[in-house]
Ligand binder design. Structure first.
Ligand code: PLP
Length: 385
């Protein structure tokens, strides 16, 4: 018998919404030309591209001319970092220690090349203290990076507090808003950022599509050379169906619907499993995200067992789970390696119900009993199935 499949990994990716699939399909059929060609077929593709840009810009309340479409959050972060720093003399870069690898890995390169990269750890609640971040800013700081919300714990960061100081001191700020988009209200002007990264697939748009929103006074060196597309900022023939699908996905899903499901799940988990710990529970969090650890059970093993039972969840960061590395986010929060290894992330979507949460709890208890019995620990009295 095939197990009922329940998808609970929306922070890794959100399955495409119908509106996005239709818009993508329509653009593939209608926009057959190259958006740079001046004939009728090119103009039709160009119109779709311009419309998508206008819709996206209106949705996030920025100027259309400030939007560069990219292949996703990874490219957007790399574009901001390398594009901005390429022609700068070495200096300091200040970033949170819980940034996504698409920010931390590029910064490693600068550290190897004589730049001073200062990483600010969060508190135990997963939130980076704005004052600690601000204290690390120096006159030679060339770039500051603070994500809007963390992909693992869901903790929302104090971007506006950091942004106002960066603006006053003329320090460019990169905000990775990949996880925040669509999950909580977005106030870009309140952040006062210079660069903001987005990804379409986290909100039910196509995979491999994203955007970098930038302050036009900050000139970026393009990462690739060869064409004048996207005002010369991102050469290469534009992915018109992709951006049409991105624009069509905006605002379709209401992730606040996942909050009662997440909260119900967590309350019951704490009731039923002695020693369970939920990360960032007291912080302002994304409404759908729950990262927790269960005593004595390896998160990766739990994930594989849950997969066999039809549940799609993540252990640590989905992006790094294949590498079997311990979550850098939890380690930065001061967790022991053991607790970090025992962590699992569940990220609910708007369609999930308390029935999904209950089924997951039941399965967690069953698996845990089984694993502990196999390990010779006997039955687990704290679990109430
Ligand atoms: N930034 C954050 C916070 C993310 O969660 C992710 C994806 O998991 C990315 C960036 C990368 O986005 P993409 O998958 O579009 O490259």
């Amino acid at each position: 018998m095939t197990a009922l499949q329940r998808y609970l990994d929306f922070n890794a990716t959100c399955p495409s919404v119908e509106a996005s699939i239709s818009a993508w399909n329509e653009a593939v059929r209608q926009a057959a030309g190259n958006a740079s060609s001046i004939h009728w077929a090119g103009r039709s593709a160009r119109r779709m591209l311009d419309d998508a840009r206008d819709e996206f810009a209106a949705y996030i309340r920025v100027d259309s001319a400030d939007v560069v479409f990219t292949s996703g959050g990874t490219e957007s972060n790399n574009m901001a970092i390398h594009g901005w720093l390429a022609d700068k003399a070495p200096g300091r870069i200040v970033a949170s220690a819980i940034e996504h690898p698409s920010v931390l890995k590029p910064l490693e390169r600068y550290a190897l090349n004589g730049w001073e990269v200062v990483l600010i750890p969060p508190g135990e609640d997963g939130v980076v203290c704005a004052d600690a971040f601000i204290d690390a800013l120096s006159d030679d700081t060339r770039l500051a990076c603070l994500m809007a919300a963390n992909n693992e714990t869901g903790a929302v960061q104090a971007v506006a507090d950091v942004g106002s100081v960066c603006k006053a001191r003329n320090i460019p700020l990169l905000v990775d808003a990949v996880q925040l988009l669509g999950k909580t209200p977005l106030d870009i002007s309140g952040w006062q950022p210079d660069f903001v990264s987005f990804s379409a697939h986290k909100i039910g748009g196509p995979k491999g599509v994203g955007a970098l929103v930038l302050d036009r006074t900050r000139a970026l060196q393009p990462l690739t050379c060869g064409g004048g597309q996207e005002r010369g900022r991102r050469p290469g023939t534009e992915n018109v169906p992709g951006v049409a699908g991105f624009a069509a996905a905006l605002g379709v899903l209401d992730f606040s619907q996942a909050e009662p499901v997440r909260d119900g799940f967590e309350a019951r988990l704490l009731e039923r499993v002695a020693g369970a710990h939920i990360f960032s529970r007291d912080a302002h969090r994304l409404p759908n995200t729950s990262m927790f650890s269960l005593p004595d059970i390896d998160g990766e093993t739990l994930l594989m067992q849950l997969d066999l039972a039809g549940f799609a969840v993540a252990s640590g960061s989905a992006c790094s789970s294949g590498l079997r590395s311990v979550s850098h986010v939890l380690m930065a929060m001061g967790c022991s390696e053991e607790i970090a290894r025992n962590s699992v992330r569940v990220s609910f979507g708007p369609g999930n119900t308390l029935d999904d949460a209950d089924a997951l709890l039941g399965e967690l208890a069953t698996i845990r009993e089984r694993l502990l019995a196999m390990a010779g620990a006997g039955s687990f009295p704290g679990v109430d199935q």
